[in-house]
Design a protein around this ligand. Structure first.
Ligand code: AP5
Length: 241
């Protein structure tokens, strides 16, 4: 229900609601962008929102910047605040994709409250699985456009002209947190604080584990099949049936 101020009321009218889970470098952002474009629903990436805040030097950006640079997690209350606000925007009424949130148990609990009623049983949780060595290879080769946030990989997904964004010609850079020390910390944070969400969601959402160690096209085809043809996935299944 869209209300006069451009936000929506307390009901979600339809369309898939999707959470991407997975370690850093699994391909969440890559696949979330493709799926969002295909389904015409917004992709809400907390990493992108925080990087925008850092670029704009907002109070949020000033707080998040030093934490992100070292590979730590930004405090839960800040994330619950910005996502709660974003989900109330009118464009989320017909579905949305969350990329990088929830990332801790307090965030998962916060999400259930901000959705104004427990919608978790109807949410697709897509857990992208990739071996650790491949994650390290992907993160070290990732390049990023600071203008439009497009992501490339120097070997797997290179820009048409080396080092320059296809969309806007901006010089591509390596994210500060893709450098080795920060990557190790991000993986530790994932193991300690995000991985427990797999068991949390396995039994209470439309949970699907997806093999992300395949060409992007194949991963995308499976994700699309899940969210368009498997609405009645059995609770607690791995989604592989
Ligand atoms: P965020 O930006 O969310 O980073 P992340 O979760 O660590 O995920 P990544 O962006 O590194 O990886 P991805 O899975 O999206 O992979 P991608 O598609 O780019 O968060 C950054 C930081 O922000 C956090 O560390 C934290 O500080 C803070 N933050 C954000 N959200 C927060 C929250 N909720 N709570 C607290 N703090 C938060 O792909 C990676 C590379 O692999 C690319 O180069 C790509 O081209 C390539 N690739 C993709 N798919 C394939 C494939 N199938 N085969 C080969 N290569 C592939």
């Amino acid at each position: 229900m869209v209300v006069a101020d451009g936000t929506r009321g307390d009901s979600v009218t339809g369309g898939p609601r999707i959470i991407f889970l997975g370690p850093p470098g699994a391909g969440k952002g890559t696949q979330a962008a493709r799926l969002a474009e295909h389904l015409r629903i917004p992709k809400i990436s907390t990493g992108d929102m925080l990087r925008d805040a850092i670029a704009a030097a907002t109070p949020l950006g000033k707080q998040a910047g030093p934490i992100m640079e070292k590979g730590g997690l930004v405090p839960d209350d800040l994330l619950n605040g910005i996502v709660g606000e974003r989900l109330r925007m009118a464009d989320c009424a017909d579905g949305y994709i969350l990329d990088g949130y929830p990332r801790t148990l307090p965030q998962a609990e916060g999400f259930e409250h901000m959705a104004l009623g427990d919608v978790t049983p109807e949410v697709y949780v897509l857990n992208i699985e990739v071996p650790r060595a491949e994650l390290l290879r992907r993160l070290s080769g990732r390049r990023w456009c600071p203008t439009c946030q497009a992501t490339y990989h120097i070997h797997n997904d290179p820009a048409k002209q080396a080092g320059v964004c296809d969309n806007d010609g901006t010089k591509l850079i390596q994210r500060e947190d893709d450098k080795e020390t920060a990557v190790q910390r991000r993986l530790q944070e994932y193991d300690g604080r995000t991985a427990p969400l797999i068991d949390y969601y396995r039994s209470r959402s439309l949970f699907h584990a997806v093999d992300g160690y395949r060409p992007q096209e194949q991963v995308f085809a499976e994700l699309l099949d899940i969210v368009t043809h498997r609405p009645a996935a059995a609770r607690g299944s791995e989604g592989r049936a």
